[in-house]
Design a protein around this ligand. Structure first.
Ligand SMILES: Cc1cc2nc3c(=O)[nH]c(=O)nc-3n(C[C@H](O)[C@H](O)[C@H](O)COP(=O)(O)OP(=O)(O)OC[C@H]3O[C@@H](n4cnc5c(N)ncnc54)[C@H](O)[C@@H]3O)c2cc1C
Length: 197
């Protein structure tokens, strides 16, 4: 690999979590705890100042971060806390919605796409590392796209490509691998028992 190549991680200044950060919380490229990069159950807002001022104050956030003591205590939220439906997405809700969109879009992509359709699919895929708001997710995805260039030549190949990229994230997160032979069943046809019809 070209040693001078700047990775997305370096470009975005993504660093490993500092010891003073509560477990599971992730630092964003601005050096502050990143809410959209963190699961709701792990998110601990800073406690300095009033609830409303601490939400908006960068200084409050940075002081809490620096001291490691200014975040809401872990006991304040159960380990299995579920994101309420009216709340902004966390890293998991955003991920589920995005994978649903990507797998379903691949499932309905043409078997023989036109040049225009291929170009648009490539644009969509290459936009993710630039625009996806979970920055460390975006940076890792960028690395994977470079290792495995997208195959947009057919519906079947694109579905497999997305399945494999999703499995790489599953592996990183310690989740079960998905059987890529079942992408159509999961994202297009539904199970043979007709329970989704
Ligand atoms: C591009 C991208 C990068 C991400 N990177 C990170 C990251 O670095 N760190 C992080 O914490 N989270 C990341 N996420 C989010 C993460 O992948 C999950 O979406 C999130 O953890 C919620 O997981 P889940 O178990 O609810 O199901 P998800 O993993 O969201 O899966 C949703 C459904 O898709 C199906 N499915 C599972 N695997 C596959 C597959 N391989 N092919 C087809 N269908 C499948 C299953 O039926 C599953 O229920 C990323 C998401 C995206 C879109």
């Amino acid at each position: 690999m070209d040693a001078s190549r700047v990775t997305k991680h370096e470009e975005l200044n993504i660093t490993t979590p500092k010891p003073s950060l509560p477990p599971g919380m992730v630092i964003g490229p601005d050096g502050k705890p990143c809410k959209i990069c963190t699961a709701f159950r792990n998110w601990r807002p800073p406690t300095s100042g009033t609830a409303s001022s601490s939400k908006k104050s960068t200084a409050g956030m940075m002081a809490a971060f620096a001291s490691g003591t200014g975040f809401r205590s872990p006991e304040s939220k159960p380990e299995n806390a579920v994101l309420p439906p009216h709340c902004p997405p966390d890293v998991e809700a955003l991920g589920r919605a995005t994978w649903s969109f990507l797998h379903a879009t691949a499932a309905y992509y043409p078997a023989r796409p036109t040049t225009h359709q291929r170009a648009n699919m490539l644009n969509l895929i290459h936009a993710l590392p630039v625009l996806y708001p979970c920055t460390h997710c975006a940076a890792d995805f960028d690395d994977k796209i470079k290792e495995h260039p997208p195959d947009v030549s057919s519906r079947e190949r694109l579905s497999k490509w997305f399945c494999e990229r999703h499995n790489e994230v599953n592996e990183k997160l310690g989740k079960e691998m998905f059987d890529c032979a079942k992408v159509d069943e999961r994202w297009k046809d539904g199970p043979p028992d007709g329970s989704c019809d």
